[in-house]
Design a protein around this ligand. Structure first.
Ligand code: KE4
Length: 433
């Protein structure tokens, strides 16, 4: 375990200072800048299994896992070997390849709602495409999203969004015209009455509802019992579509995603992260009659130069193959339950109000007595204490998501010893807060 005195971040400081002259905020994505937790952002050099090393050669147990894709552990040898072989054949064809068929078959086989799937290059692309598809199929313009949920950075979703938008406390984003968001209605998560009210106030105008079936972008917030089932009923009743954004939960909450785990089948699903195995892949898919609208099968246009590229398909295929091994999700659930219960117990023992939980390899903890059912509840937690906790853990070799409004991720590579070390570090930090 790294002790606080020996925590050297000299090279991180040098490289990050230079980065700030080259890229906005010195990063390629806002949450990486540590704005909400403060302190020196860390620049990393390499990853392997459950671990990540920074440029000063500090080693950390990694609970970010590049935000979800590293579910089998970073740089899994089988994935790396498959990529080496694929590289021999080139990096991109810009034309059909058999690999797309293979990953498409795996996704269709795994995800209950998906009969036909289209690959894109990010979760943002998947969500903006699925929104266009919802509107094209139903012929209505309005959509409902939930406060604190994040569906990528396309204009129409930047309304009370979670993740980096919440992290930076941005009201919404400049540059997004009202015309792009005035069809985006919002409701508090876990509030079926609010959704019913929106449908009755906007008769025949709402194309559908999109949500994170387990929220990761307000921190970890699971659906209340009956919430997902209720949304399924309401959308059927009003002739609207139900869309699960499973970019984060897909192949993590269960092999078939949250829709398998909770037994609620949406009309459309978005995917990302895990299905790319660490390379850029997103996807959207669902009922065949809806997907038949997507060009060139139908008139709804969406395209992408690198969509379905052979390297990303290879990394995704290998990752899903590894996840198919029996016992995978029991292992993820067991190790993450041990971690989360350990953290919550040690926090309470050291006198802190905490509320949190986990489902499979996804977890979260808020510094509040709770309960936390929605984004407003999450915002009432002690963000300053979270920032100090994050820094203390970092100095002890534990890398947690640098924002209260993110979820944590484990992998098949995390061991019991890693969990014990993490809880021991937490005990030291929490005792000092
Ligand atoms: P990307 O465009 O970042 O691949 O996916 C957007 C997206 C869509 N839907 C959900 C549920 C998501 O969680 C995401 C992206 N997640 C964030 C982490 N909370 C990505 C990390 C980042 O923005 O740097």
């Amino acid at each position: 375990m790294v002790t606080t005195t020996s925590f050297n971040t000299t090279k991180s400081e040098e490289i990050f200072a230079a980065a700030q002259k080259l890229m906005p905020g010195g990063v390629s994505s806002p949450v990486r800048a540590f704005k909400s937790v403060g302190g020196q952002p860390i620049v990393f050099d390499r990853v392997q299994g459950a671990y990540i090393w920074d440029v000063d050669d500090n080693k950390y147990i990694d609970y970010v896992g590049t935000w979800g894709p590293a579910i089998c552990g970073h740089a899994h040898p089988d994935v790396i070997q498959a990529l080496h072989q694929a590289l021999e054949k080139g990096t991109s064809f810009g034309a059909p390849s058999a690999l797309e068929n293979i990953l498409a078959e795996m996704v269709i086989e795994a995800v209950p709602s998906i009969e036909i799937v289209r690959f894109v290059n990010s979760g943002t692309e998947a969500c903006m495409s699925v929104l266009r598809l919802m509107r094209a199929f139903i012929g209505r313009d309005k959509i409902i999203k939930f406060e604190g949920c994040y569906h990528g950075h396309a204009d129409m979703f930047l309304v009370k969004a979670g993740s980096g938008v919440a992290t930076l406390g941005l009201p919404d984003s400049p540059g997004v015209p009202k015309s792009a968001t005035n069809n985006t209605l919002t409701a508090p998560y876990n509030d079926l009455e609010a959704v019913k009210a929106l449908f009755s106030e906007n008769p025949d105008q709402i194309a559908g509802v999109i949500l994170e079936p387990v929220v990761g972008n307000s921190g970890f917030i699971p659906p209340d019992a009956g919430f997902l089932e209720g949304l399924r009923e309401i959308t059927h009743e009003y002739g609207a579509l139900l869309v699960f954004d499973e970019v984060m939960t897909g192949f993590r909450i269960a092999y078939g995603g949250a829709q398998e785990r909770f037994g609620v089948t949406p009309d459309l699903t978005t995917l990302g992260k895990v299905i790319g195995g660490g390379l850029p892949v997103g996807a959207y898919g669902g009922r065949g009659d809806i997907m038949s609208l997507v060009a060139p099968a139908g008139p709804m246009y969406q395209a992408g130069t690198l969509s379905g590229n052979p390297l990303a398909m290879t990394a995704g295929m290998k990752t899903l193959e590894l996840l198919q091994k029996s016992g995978t999700y029991e292992q993820l659930d067991r190790i993450t339950k041990k971690l989360t219960e350990g953290l919550l117990n040690i926090a309470k023992e050291t006198g802190h109000e905490v509320y949190g939980g986990q489902i499979s390899g996804m977890f979260g903890m808020f510094f509040t007595a709770g309960p936390v059912h929605n984004y407003d509840d999450a915002k009432k937690s002690d963000l300053n204490k979270f920032a100090r906790f994050h820094r203390g853990m970092l100095e002890r070799g534990i890398y947690l998501a640098p924002s209260q409004f993110e979820a944590g991720f484990t992998s098949l590579a995390h061991t019991e010893e890693d969990i014990d070390q993490t809880i021991a570090a937490a005990k030291e930090v929490l005792s000092s807060l």
